[in-house]
Design a protein. Structure first.
Length: 225
């Protein structure tokens, strides 16, 4: 999907994906101070612009396990950010990131492919790599909470998007999975509860009638991880 992912994200969300990438960071106070940030499941680096606008002096790292996505991410780091974004080819669930190192952890549209056990591991890793007092924010495409909108959204993601993927971009199979993952994920409340069980403080967020949901929070100063 790496050759078409960014374009399809924008087209299929009618541009809302850009807005949601900005909005989900609102739970973390903006700052001009030097901060160490990592964008997990970074894909092609679509969230980097929003991160830099909110944290202009951030030292940004980005992690993903898809080499296809990271080829585009590395090119973007050089072309748009002067090579300053450190791009890491690692599995977030089995990573080599230093403990208590990051001020901020971000992650956009990567939660829906994880099962509960993997989400628990992700929560533990988020706890481990954050500094005490460090903050995090996650967002994911979700099932809307309005019945009619949910039906239309399911039809659109489950039937229309695979056709667009085939006709416009030649990627039919992968895009068939989008609604299956989204429907199974539901919304971010269950994932947030897993992060809270891991010892992280978190608050729930919802965007455009639940078409995207997420959570943001903080690692307590006294937390161990």
């Amino acid at each position: 999907m790496s050759s078409s992912y960014e374009r399809m994200n924008y087209l299929t969300s009618f541009g809302f994906s850009l807005r949601w990438r900005r909005q989900f960071l609102a739970g973390i106070p903006a700052t001009t101070a030097p901060v160490v940030v990592i964008d997990l499941l970074t894909g092609m680096g679509e969230t980097w612009g929003a991160v830099h606008r909110r944290f202009p002096n951030a030292r940004l790292s980005a992690l993903d396990f898809s080499e296809g996505m990271l080829r585009h991410a590395r090119a973007k780091s050089v072309a748009r950010y002067g090579g300053r974004v450190e791009v890491l080819h690692q599995d977030v669930l089995q990573n080599h990131l230093p403990s208590a190192h990051f001020d901020i952890v971000t992650c956009a549209f990567g939660l829906k492919t994880f099962n509960p056990e993997q989400l628990a591991r992700l929560a533990q890793e988020t706890l481990r790599i954050l500094k005490p007092g460090g903050r995090f924010a996650f967002v994911e495409v979700s099932e809307p909470n309005v019945v009619l909108l949910r039906a239309l959204y399911g039809l659109y993601l489950g039937s229309v998007i695979p056709v667009l993927g085939r006709v416009l971009l030649g990627d039919p199979a992968e895009y068939k999975m989008l609604w299956r993952y989204t429907s199974a994920f539901g919304h971010a409340k269950a994932a947030m509860a897993i992060f809270q069980e891991a010892g992280l403080q978190a608050a729930y967020t919802s965007h455009f009638y639940g078409c995207a949901t997420g959570f943001h929070g903080v690692k307590a100063v006294a937390a161990v991880g």
